[in-house]
Design a protein around this ligand. Structure first.
Ligand code: MLC
Ligand code: AMP
Length: 499
């Protein structure tokens, strides 16, 4: 038994620049000191947190990492909360994990006030959690649970994806090998830190390598271009919507500025896109303005990254490449037979040390998501000339919008509690900016006067902004098949035809 792998490695990079955020610059030694103080505060005299769930609501930056590492070092399970979730969604995660403590940044004190009032002992600020007590940190076996991330499924409420320290180490080292991370790298981090893309691919890969991670609290296209020009960046990773926004910003700039932006990109060694399909038009446009051939890869919260275009060699637009180091990816047909031929489509199934342990306290769901040791992704693909191409998902009720996965059924369930909603159907409609846009068809209760703006305001109090439908169709009745089931493709068409 030893320490947390990413933390143990930090000793060798003690003086390197680790984090740049709005409050300053921090070394690995700063991270080691701060996270030890968080661990001491959490342990508060105990020898080990023994996998207690510790939630934390901290903006992207040094304090986030100090909390994450502190929880790990004390033997807890790190459960990051989404900084833009309204209270009911946070409450759900806190209830589901039965989090023992919630570490929060002072900037969220007002937002959390109703929850803090109910249970003041449970909540502690970033400043107050730190203790200078001398402690012996517990040994952390790599098979122990390390993190719970919430992910929407095609049924019910989001499920907590539990990864062990070994899973996380495997997810990180696979990417480090494939994308050649070193301690000379410097990455700009613009992604949310309650999902695997921002946590593993960007933050943890940087810190495992001894590299520098420059963290923005929120994505902002102008600010990103500014950093590209002015900072010694080598890497950038984002979802397709972010590349679309950066392209729009570049196009709005004057020619001198455009040239400056483009030159800045050419200094960097790698730019990666993932979390949703990268449209070929965006791939090509980005190449023309930045000179970079975007490396597209495919992954999922439960498995980390699984497929990637090559670092060296052809990066093929519209394709997600081949299995990453340590990952076995195979296509299976509907009868459960392995597909060996090219151009035959099937479900992607995954094996490897990076595959998660379980859905938190959902044994049945965990069992259903595996067959014969393979994790069932629910994503359909085919192989063309040795390159995987994603062609869709097995469930129409999973929507990917701005790189976020959302469940149509979860949104419908909330909408049905609105007094003017009699029936509703939520769908994802193809969209140039968001990949898919969340849209809703509603049959209103008699006499109700439903409009999009007030409906969105109502939703924003109950669900994350990216789940809130941005288009509404009022209908006399929903399209249904002979069995009486709502036909989602027909609902989608309503919006597609409406333009
Ligand atoms: C926000 N808005 C949306 C929206 N999200 N509109 C339609 N669809 C959406 N999905 C609207 C808001 O309502 C608001 O409008 C306006 O956009 C600005 O809101 P915002 O919150 O400021 O949005 P912004 O910060 O610009 O968000 C865009 C984004 C963000 C692309 C930066 O979506 C993002 O960070 N996405 C990354 C998600 C991610 O990391 N996924 C990885 C999951 S892991 P109004 O009118 O209300 O003011 C995974 C595995 C893997 O997938 O393979 O990586
Ligand atoms: P999440 O559950 O949020 O981790 O999202 C994982 C899902 O994102 C996968 O199951 C895919 O549907 C989708 N995804 C990730 N990367 C890609 C990609 N490059 N192309 C298409 N879909 C992707």
């Amino acid at each position: 038994m030893s320490g947390v792998p990413i933390v143990a490695r930090a000793e060798q990079f003690a003086e390197n620049l680790a984090i740049v955020d709005a409050s300053g610059e921090y070394s690995y030694q700063d991270l080691l000191n701060a996270s030890e103080a968080v661990a001491a505060g959490l342990l508060d005299g105990r020898a080990d947190l023994d996998e207690a769930r510790i939630a934390f609501l901290v903006p992207s930056g040094f304090d986030y990492v100090a909390a994450q590492w502190g929880i790990w070092r004390a033997g807890g399970i790190a459960t990051p909360l989404c900084v833009v979730h309204p209270l009911p969604e946070m409450q759900y995660v806190l209830d589901d994990t039965a989090a023992e403590k919630v570490i929060y940044h002072q900037s969220f004190a007002d937002k959390l006030a109703p929850l803090i009032e109910e249970d003041p002992e449970r909540f502690i600020s970033c400043e107050n959690i730190r203790s200078d007590a001398n402690i012996v940190l517990p040994g952390i076996d790599s098979s122990r649970r390390a993190m719970i991330l919430y992910t929407s499924g095609s049924t019910g409420k989001p499920k907590g994806v539990v990864s062990t320290h070994a899973n996380i180490a495997s997810q990180i080292t696979s990417l480090i090998e494939a994308w050649r991370w070193t301690s000379s790298d410097h990455i700009l981090h613009v992604l949310p830190l309650h999902h695997t893309h921002g946590i593993i691919n960007v933050l943890c890969c940087a810190l495992w390598s001894g590299a520098a991670c420059e963290m923005l609290e929120k994505f902002d296209a102008a600010e990103v271009w500014h950093r590209f020009v002015n900072r010694p960046l080598t890497l950038f990773m984002a979802v397709p919507t972010i590349y679309v926004r950066l392209i729009n910003e570049w196009e709005a700039a004057d020619p001198t500025q455009q040239a400056r932006y483009s030159d800045a990109c050419r200094k960097m060694r790698l730019m990666v896109s993932g979390s949703a399909a990268l449209p070929v038009t965006v791939f090509k446009k980005w190449e023309s303005i930045s000179g970079h051939i975007l490396l597209e890869r495919y992954g999922m919260t439960e498995i980390g990254m699984a497929l990637s275009n090559p670092y060296d060699g052809e990066r093929r637009p519209g394709h997600v490449g081949q299995p990453l180091p340590g990952v076995t990816a195979v296509l299976f047909d509907e009868d459960g037979n392995e597909i060996n031929a090219e151009k035959e489509s099937g479900e992607i199934r995954i094996k490897g040390d990076s595959v998660f342990l379980e859905y938190w306290q959902k044994q049945e769901a965990t069992e259903h998501s595996f067959r014969d040791g393979w994790f069932l992704t629910g994503d359909m693909a085919l192989i063309e000339d040795g390159y995987f191409r994603i062609i869709g998902r097995s469930s129409v009720d999973i929507i990917k919008t701005g790189g976020y996965k959302v469940s149509a059924l979860e949104i419908e369930e909330i909408l049905r509690t609105h007094e003017s909603v009699k029936e509703c159907a939520v769908v994802g409609v193809p969209d140039d900016e968001w990949g898919e846009r969340v849209c809703v068809a509603i049959v209103a209760t008699e006499g109700a006067n439903l409009e999009l703006k007030p409906l969105r305001d109502w939703c924003k109090e109950r669900m994350a902004i990216y789940k809130v439908p941005s288009r509404l169709q009022l209908m006399a009745e929903l399209p249904r098949n002979v069995m009486g089931k709502v036909t989602k493709p027909a609902v989608k068409e309503l919006f597609t035809n409406a333009g």
